[in-house]
Design a protein around this ligand. Sequence first.
Ligand code: NAP
Ligand code: MG
Length: 475
Amino acid sequence: MFEYAPAPESRDIVDIKPSYGLFINGEWVEPQSEERHKTVNPATEEVLSEIVWAGEADVDRAVEAARKAFATWSAVPGSERAKYIFRIARIIQERSRELAVLESLDNGKPIRESRDVDLPLVAAHFFYYAGWADKLSYAGFGPDPRPLGVAGQVIPWNFPLLMLAWKIAPALACGNTVVLKPAETTPLTALAFAEICRQADLPPGVVNIVTGAGETGSALVRHPGVDKVAFTGSTEVGRLIARSVAGSRKKLTLELGGKAANIVFEDAAVDQAVEGIVNGIFFNQGHVCCAGSRLLVQESVAEEVLDALKRRLATLRMGDPLDKNTDIGAINSAAQLAKIRELSEAGESEGAERWSPPCPIPDRGFWFPPTVFTGVAQSHRIAREEIFGPVLSVLTFRTPAEAIEKANNTPYGLSAGVWTEKGSLMLWAASRLRAGVVWSNTFNRFDPASPFGGFKESGYGREGGRHGLEAYLAV
Ligand code: NAP
Ligand code: MG
């Protein structure tokens, strides 16, 4: 066996300030709130920077700036708005290596993923919505659809810059202004994005970034000056937000959790399916809302698929996120690691069998090895609850009808995967799965032109594609 030599990406390209203010009205402002917290590199626990936890007065100032900017920005012709958004997309491409390193440092995800998946998708999203800005009259929402006003947007830590792109690009294309709160553990790429808005000469107040914790997010979504709330995060917080917005004029979209089934039928190409299973649950340490966290494999091929899967998992490399050969990076926070451990222990105590490949764990930082549970029953917590980590629960089925029944037996409905060589079975299954996205013979594949969103407790509203415009227009 050849050993891999270390291949670290240099971090010299990023320039992280020791502390950041808030980005309001096109400027860095000193907050009224005196609360500051550190954001760390989860792979080493090294402190990267200090950020503000914005309070109500700060949120108020940001919403005020967005409200003022809305009057002019909404009157800018679509073809002009498009130029700004194109410019942002181009700057993201130009600075993509820097942003990828920054994302990996703050989030813990492997550089291979931030460089080859997150950043290209971020730029693509801005390019895509730039293209819509002057064509809104042809989007199917009437001859002259109007923007909503100020959008209050709250995003999670698993794809920090990509979730920002999903929220900001369509909002600006439609003529809205934005106040965005990134997650408390991953604020740095959103703060870098603030600089990009300045570089692109975006008019002041069109994009405002307020950092902080849950209370900051809560102050933002409750603010009476906000016309539209867009939230991506857990179902639990989504429920709180839906309650606080109920009865107001605010429009709401929620992109929440998931517990997707990845179904492997007996005629599937096994090696291809195994790659899809690995990509489905071990991509981004399993911190993926649409992760294929429940593998449903047909009994007749279960042993063959599991043997091949274990062989494949033994080749995954966990470690330094900045190393270009790393497959699995760090868990984003101590809190998330504790949650993954707790659910994995529940899996064992409820009777499922736990397996991980031999996998050296670094002494510092937050790490969890790729883990597979077999002998999982539908009633087990690991089959029902979102773990949001590199943990796969394996269940088996005998007939296609049983597979669909098990796949749909969840309160969630964000995504699903189907592996078969038969087109008819693929379509039969896809039309019966209660999930917003169904992938076939692939998994975790994204495109800005394709709408994404949930059924049931995975939320409502769509992001991406023409459908994604609807969330930001008065229709
Ligand atoms: P979370 O706890 O719900 O947090 C999401 C965001 O909301 C964070 O910015 C958080 O701030 C903020 N927040 C917390 N409490 C709030 C409140 N009461 N009011 C307003 N905002 C509040 O979720 P998470 O654990 O960070 O993220 C993981 C979850 O996101 C998973 O369930 C995953 O499935 C889901 N997700 C869904 C999608 C999708 O498209 N459907 C995509 C990605 C992730 P703090 O960071 O300070 O806590
Ligand atoms: Mg961090």
